[in-house]
Each structure stands twice: as C-alpha cells, then as structure tokens.
Design a protein around this ligand. Structure first.
Ligand code: 2BA
Length: 109
C-alpha cells in the first residue's frame, strides 16, 4: 500500500476532491501553508493500493493547473541608507507537488 501526499492550489481542490471520491478513493484534506509564499495551500492524503497510484496521479494532473504568482522578495534589498525595499518576483506555483511513500501498516479500528 502507498500514501499519496499531494500539495495543491486551494482553487483546484473542489474539482479534485469530487473526481477522487467519484473514483472511490478515500481522501483526507489538510489546510496547509507553503513555506516560501507563506500563503495557504491544500495537502491531500490518499491511501491506495500500489496499482492505483498512477490513476490517482493522473486525476491530480487532470485537475490541477500551474499558476504564475507575484510575491515580494523574501530578502528585501537594503540600500546604503538602510532602507529596505521589497521587490516583486514572479513564481510558478504547482500544478501539484506529489510524494508517494510506502505504508508500513494500515489499520482501521
Ligand atoms: P511554497 O513553499 O509557498 O512555494 C511556492 C512556489 O514558490 C513554488 O511552487 C516554487 O515555484 C517557488 N519556490 C519555493 N521555494 C522556493 C525557493 N527556495 N526559491 C525560489 N522559489 C521557490 P511549487 O514548487 O509548485 O510548490 C508549491 C507548494 O508545494 C510549496 O509552496 C510548498 O508548500 C509545497 N512544496 C513544494 N515542494 C516541496 C518539497 N520539496 N517539500 C515540501 N513541500 C513542498
């Protein structure tokens, strides 16, 4: 068994959850925060049999878009006057970031 951990954009979550549950996958949704942008994203946990991993990844791929996002520099430029001037930078966020890990034990009580 595997655990698929998918970090996705909040805007893609509803359609993705609908699609995963329609295909009878069991999903847990966590509200998470990206360390770089410090803005909200969503992490989904999907426990599946090994042979279903590719199907889950395909569904994630079909439902998650990548987006350009503007943020300010995490390390603002400091001038000779000591004034900090944050400057905008553009980052490309997701589609999705997916980890697949082995599940040692799965117990439902
Ligand atoms: P954030 O950490 O908020 O990162 C948002 C986007 O900012 C990233 O998109 C990437 O394009 C850029 N970025 C992140 N760290 C950077 C850095 N040190 N320097 C320059 N640009 C940087 P994605 O790569 O698509 O990641 C989207 C979200 O997925 C991340 O949000 C984070 O929450 C998660 N994530 C991505 N890779 C991860 C990893 N290896 N481990 C844990 N979480 C990860």
């Amino acid at each position: 068994m595997k655990l698929v951990i998918a970090i996705v954009n909040d805007e893609d979550v509803h359609s993705l959850l609908d699609e995963l549950t329609t295909h009878k996958f069991r999903v847990t949704k966590l509200a998470t925060t990206g360390g770089f942008l410090k803005s909200g994203n969503t992490t989904l946990l999907v426990g599946v049999e090994d042979e279903e991993v590719d199907k889950v990844i395909e569904i994630i791929k079909d439902n998650c878009e990548s987006r350009e996002q503007i943020t300010t520099s995490p390390t603002p430029v400091s001038g000779a006057t000591g004034v900090f001037i944050p400057f905008p930078i553009e980052v490309k966020v997701g589609g999705a970031t997916v980890f697949v890990v082995d599940v040692e034990k799965y117990v439902k009580l």
